[in-house]
Design a protein around this ligand. Sequence first.
Ligand code: ASP
Length: 343
Amino acid sequence: MTTDLPLFEQGRHLLSVSQFDRENLRTLFDLADAVDPIAKREAVCTVLDGAMLCSLFFEPSTRTRLSFESAFQRLGGEVTTTTGFTFSSMAKGESIADTSRVVSGYSDVLVVRHPDEGSVARFAAAAMVPVINAGDGAGEHPSQALLDVYTLGKELAARGKEVDGCRIAILGDLKYGRTVHSLMKLMSLHDDVTFTLFSPPGLRLPLEVEQYVTARRHTVQVMDTVVDAVRGADVIYATRVQRERMTDEMSQADARGDLLNWSMLAEADNLGAILMHPLPRDSRPDAYDLSGDVDDLPGLAIFHQTDNGVNVRMAIFLTALGVSLEAVRLTSKQRPWKATLRP
Ligand code: ASP
């Protein structure tokens, strides 16, 4: 992870969660709260009228791309997008630097996802406009961590708790799961967090992430079983095995059945925990992910995360482009219609 990046503010790229301290994190979350009526489509806003987002996704995505694009459009901006290598000039051998320079001539901000760690920073180095990292290989996924901590704060507050002092179990592919790396680092801005970790053999958390967290005086406990990891946790964050980043041999190893299901939570006496997941959840048989049999539990927060992603990504754009809340208010109006389904 790059540690010498400037704090995230107007005119800056967003490449890593290391660009946050408690203060600019709070400012971003306050903005995310303030745009809620626009995110929920109760109000219409045109503050980004004439602005262009270019989203470049060289890896599969549903939520991240659509929520970034929705966020920009809800603020009144336009979006142009390209997905996959096949339909971009990279298939003809164009370099990251050339692609970035060309595309940033067409847009006011770029959102980029790419399979290689560090690649989005290379886009940023050649760009003329702010670049937002939407996931660089097994590296980082800062916007996901921001929406995770935003959601976590709200879920804990509803239970009279805070991120400070909380106990979070993180399960699954901790080696290749970039959302875990970014989440643990961002949570480290808080005080006295206990992380209880469980992963299949071979998919353990990189030492660098563990050291980052423990150097900030948080506790990391590596557990032998899922049940031990989730026992007593306020929050459980489950992740998918990132098979696309592994050789076939590794992808078959030790990861079968459910990673976490209702019975395991019952055994740990923790059916009330907050349940989070960055999604997608792999729902194929034997995929070794969060089972669907937990979906009726009261703490299920996975769709709160996806909804909150729009607010947080709106706040990211407003910050990068230097748009004030006052400008947002002056260009917003109530929407005279509502999309509902009759029962
Ligand atoms: N959507 C997340 C990511 O892009 C998590 C995942 O794919 O498992 O990293």
